[in-house]
Design a binder for this molecule. Structure first.
Ligand code: XMP
Length: 509
């Protein structure tokens, strides 16, 4: 039985961060919408109520049914969660005169309280709320205060329930991880046994039980998620897993062969399908981004379906879906959680009458990489930059032609190779070249040219949701620009994208 912590989500932007911090302590946890969580069984060692953009004073404020939890299982309310436990049990929450936002210090801190054992007096915490607790119920005792907020933290006497109005999960709460660790290991008594190796052990034995002698197919993209999923399944069922790796002609230069060879070298049962012409014929002359995406999606399904049908008696389609694809912060106004469904090969399971299996659906991206490293996968797969499914098609703006695609592949290769050779690749989250539908005047030797312009794009990010442009050295950019203009026929101008997301996006279309 895997012991766990449940996090009830009230829609805070930080809920996923609470989960990540707890898992970094090697304790397993799961996030559920506040109005849609499983009845806790013995495996649930503690419950955390998250923050929320809502106010507990609103008539339609999110109200969970805590009857099977409060007073029975250790409970920690964070921000909204702490205010909810006050407002609904005899205390009072009011709009704070000044919005309490930013750094503060716990000028009073009770080190005898199990939540604050070992935490420094005056420790820095991060506040982010418009409401504040103005009166606590009689049975509550204050365990931490800032200069402005008396009820910064409290404990309910005689009960395993705590509340903190600050956010322990954010970086600016300097001892936040220690507070969470005090809760999950000290109070909830979870053993710290959730590790990549333990995950591999449990998942492989679950997959063996679930799949028996059934056959499974999986579409490899060359990316981290599908690769790690395939190696987990390979460990569980060996040759009963068939992986299909499709060359759509839109991958980076030489990527298809390099990746296919490494998969084969690592012992994976993989079929490579070179379908470049099929994709490129259909894309020729197309410029609308959504049309490109639709064509690529449709042709992929046709190619994948044809190849998968060659595997006799296949019952399952495996996918590399990860946790952020499965959970999404709840809409606090909506009646139920919006759960994103994620189908790389949309429609295929129904069409082929396959059941879907997703061995990574409970992992965050950094955990997927750790599992991959434990499985012995090489760095060049684990540290590879994210790459969009429609590939270079969405980095070639304007009408698609094979000639322009070759030009883009060459320029992209020079940039990526340059990042690697100059030790910059790992400090960048994602990089690539975009070919613009723009020609400009240049001069080469005695001749004037009228050729294409490309953009270098490189960003830092943690999840692709927000991103900043990477501050690459000028000397490096100058060198790459020279190399592209000198070596790639048809390009006479290179520019560098200095936009962050938002308001821009990482890709140009
Ligand atoms: P944007 O451009 O939205 O990109 O800032 C965020 C991340 O998503 C990738 N991306 C895609 N991935 N199919 C994909 O599989 C797509 O159509 C697509 N569009 C963007 C992008 O490369 C970045 O990692």
């Amino acid at each position: 039985m895997q012991e766990k912590i449940l996090i009830l989500d009230f829609g805070s932007q930080y809920t996923q961060l609470i989960a990540r911090r707890i898992r970094e302590i090697n304790v397993y946890c799961e996030i559920y919408p506040f109005n849609h969580f499983p009845t806790p069984d013995e495996s649930v060692k503690g419950v955390i109520l998250s923050g929320s953009p809502a106010s507990v004073r609103d008539n339609n404020a999110p109200s969970p049914d805590l009857s099977g939890i409060k007073g029975i299982i250790p409970l920690l309310g964070v921000c909204y969660g702490a205010q909810y436990l006050v407002q609904n049990f005899g205390g009072e929450v009011m709009a704070s005169g000044t919005r309490e936002y930013g750094r503060a210090n716990l000028v009073y801190l009770n080190n005898n309280d199990p939540l604050f054992v070992g935490i420094n007096q005056g420790t820095q915490v991060w506040m982010s709320h418009a409401d504040t607790i103005t009166r606590i119920p009689e049975t509550y005792e204050i365990t931490g205060s800032t200069t402005d907020v008396e009820a910064g933290a409290y404990h309910i006497k005689g009960e395993n329930t705590w509340g903190i109005q600050f956010h322990p999960e954010v970086y600016h709460t300097t001892e936040g991880t220690k507070v969470l660790s005090n809760f999950v290991t000290g109070i909830c008594k979870c053993s710290r046994n959730w590790t990549p190796d333990s995950f591999i052990g449990t998942t492989v034995s679950l997959l063996k039980d679930q799949l028996g002698d059934d056959k499974v197919i999986l579409g490899l993209s060359g990316g981290v998620d599908s690769t790690v999923a395939s190696f987990l399944l390979h460990k569980a069922i060996g040759k009963n897993l068939t992986c299909i790796f499709v060359d759509n002609g839109l991958l980076r230069k030489n990527e298809y062969n390099k990746v296919l060879e490494s998969y084969i070298g690592l012992g994976l049962n993989v079929v490579g399908v070179n379908a470049s012409d099929r994709f490129l014929d259909q894309l020729e002359g197309v410029s609308d981004p959504e049309t490109k995406r639709k064509i690529i999606g449709r042709v992929f399904i046709e190619v994948f379906d044809a190849e998968a049908s060659k595997v006799k008696d296949v019952k399952w389609l495996a996918q590399g879906t990860i946790y952020p694809d499965v959970i999404e912060s709840v809409s606090v106004n909506g009646p139920s959680a919006t759960i994103k469904s994620h189908h790389n090969v949309g429609g295929l399971p129904e069409k082929m009458h396959l059941q879907v299996i997703e061995p990574l659906r409970l992992l965050f991206k950094d955990e997927v990489r750790k599992v991959g490293a434990s499985l012995g996968l090489p760095d060049f797969i684990l540290k590879r930059h994210p790459f969009p499914g429609p590939g270079l098609a969405i980095r070639l703006l304007g009408k698609m032609t094979r000639e322009k695609l070759e030009m883009l592949k060459e320029a992209d290769d020079i940039f990526i190779d340059g990042l690697k050779k100059n030790g910059l690749y790992d400090s960048v989250w994602q990089a690539g070249v975009i070919l613009l539908p723009v020609q400009s005047v240049g001069v080469m030797g005695d001749e004037r040219t009228y050729e294409n312009a490309v953009v270098l794009r490189a960003v830092s990010s943690t999840d692709g949701m927000t991103a900043d442009w990477s501050h690459l050295p000028y000397e490096f950019l100058g060198m790459i620009s020279n190399e592209i203009i000198n070596k790639v026929k048809g390009i006479n101008r290179v520019v560098f994208d200095i936009s962050s997301k938002p308001p821009s996006t990482i890709e140009w279309e």
